[in-house]
Ligand binder design. Structure first.
Ligand code: PLP
Length: 373
């Protein structure tokens, strides 16, 4: 018997993008902007920073398991504390869902090129991972509903979706839900909820308190707290009770919980973050379109650009990097011809656009035999 199960051997390890320090060194640059990981360019919520500092003196004690944050979220969303879970980022909660609900013969179902974090977690459980292609870079919910089998246990939907930035609408979700058996758990990953919530057709999943739906949200994006690892989820109390049995008892950490509670009150930071993102998204989308690039309409804090070929995507990413902008090539997501660019501070966005203009010019002046653009 091998020590490592074959499905673990077969996993591809996560490869992080180049760090700004490495890019600076390699290309001899003074300044590098990282627009690769959908992080908040304004830093962490200031109220969260103060609360984290205050929490440090209590670190001799074990954490409470997130109970104060759960209580606060229950109050805010007018649900019971038994309907709320807090964990080490939404990925931490996703890991618990995978451990809690799946048997060896179960299948999970999602879209092709879904959020890589979910794919890795599901595949590390050794169960069947089935996907349905996008349609125009959006979830094809009717096709997903039709692909549900007797063995399907979890359907994973990210709304807005990473890496496309697209959303599915309330109407589309309603139609989809009618076709999902109650024994199937639907994960609605709303990591980018705050960016999309004002879209008139966006289905806020808190309005879908169905027994088989779990909503996941995070402080990593709009609240600028990706580094402390704090996320939360809402579901039927029976699902939460079972998740709590599996969750590490001292997760989230004391500091992470303090950050989350304080961030919820930081309305000013939330608005500033939203406003900056909206401006950045508008500016970048328009500028890239003017360069005749294909831009997928995004409702999140990043845009996806499908290029003509994987080679062209590589060349453009390398050109941007050499000029001082790190973007995310999507080969690891299974989209080798696509790039994802996060919004940053306005000056970083403007530099990115300038760098893209030069990269596109280089393409035109020296087209490769494989480039069809
Ligand atoms: C769709 C989606 N879900 C979840 C996450 C992870 O969030 P967290 O930092 O809360 O684990 C990300 C992060 O990029 C994401 O894009």
């Amino acid at each position: 018997m091998p020590l490592v199960p074959p499905y673990i051997e077969a996993l591809r390890p996560y490869v992080a993008g180049m760090s700004p320090e490495e890019a600076r060194r390699r290309y001899n640059l003074e300044h590098v902007d990282k627009l690769a990981s959908n992080e908040n360019p304004l830093g962490p919520s200031p109220l969260a920073i103060e609360a984290m500092q205050r929490s440090l003196a209590g670190l001799n004690f074990y954490p409470s398991g997130g109970v104060e944050l759960r209580r606060r979220l229950a109050e805010l969303y007018e649900v019971k504390i038994e309907n709320v879970i807090a964990g080490s980022g939404s990925e931490g909660i996703m890991a618990n869902i995978i451990r809690t609900f799946l048997l060896d013969d179960d299948e999970v179902l999602t879209t092709e090129n879904a959020f890589i974090g979910f794919r890795v977690l599901a595949q590390s459980r050794g169960i069947a991972y089935r996907t349905v292609p996008y349609q125009d870079w959006r979830y094809d919910l009717p096709a997903l509903a039709a692909a549900i089998t007797e063995k399907t246990k979890i359907v994973y939907l990210a709304n807005p979706n990473n890496p496309t930035g697209t959303i599915f609408t309330r109407h589309e979700f309603d139609e989809f839900y009618r076709h999902v058996p109650e024994r199937v758990l639907i994960i609605l990953d709303e990591a980018y909820f705050e960016y999309a919530k004002d879209h008139p057709k966006y289905p806020d999943s808190m309005h879908y308190r169905y027994d088989n739906v779990i909503t996941l949200r995070t402080f990593s994006k709009i609240y600028g707290l990706a580094g402390i690892r704090i996320g939360y989820g809402f579901a039927h109390e029976n699902l939460i009770a079972n998740l709590l049995k599996v969750k590490l008892p001292f997760e989230p950490s004391t500091v992470a919980q303090a950050a989350g509670i304080a961030a919820l009150d930081d309305r000013e930071f939330l608005h500033r973050s939203l406003e900056l993102n909206a401006r950045g998204l508008r500016m970048m989308t328009q500028a890239f379109q003017e360069m005749q690039l294909d831009v997928v309409q995004s409702q999140a804090n990043f845009v996806m650009l499908p290029m003509s070929t994987p080679e062209q995507a590589d060349r453009i990413a390398t050109s941007l990097l050499s000029q001082g902008t790190i973007v995310r090539p999507l080969k690891a997501f299974g989209l080798p011809a696509c790039l994802r660019i996060s919004t940053g501070a306005m000056d970083a966005n403007e530099r990115c656009v300038e760098h893209m203009r030069r990269a596109v010019m280089e393409e035109k002046s020296c087209p490769s035999p494989t480039s069809s653009r």
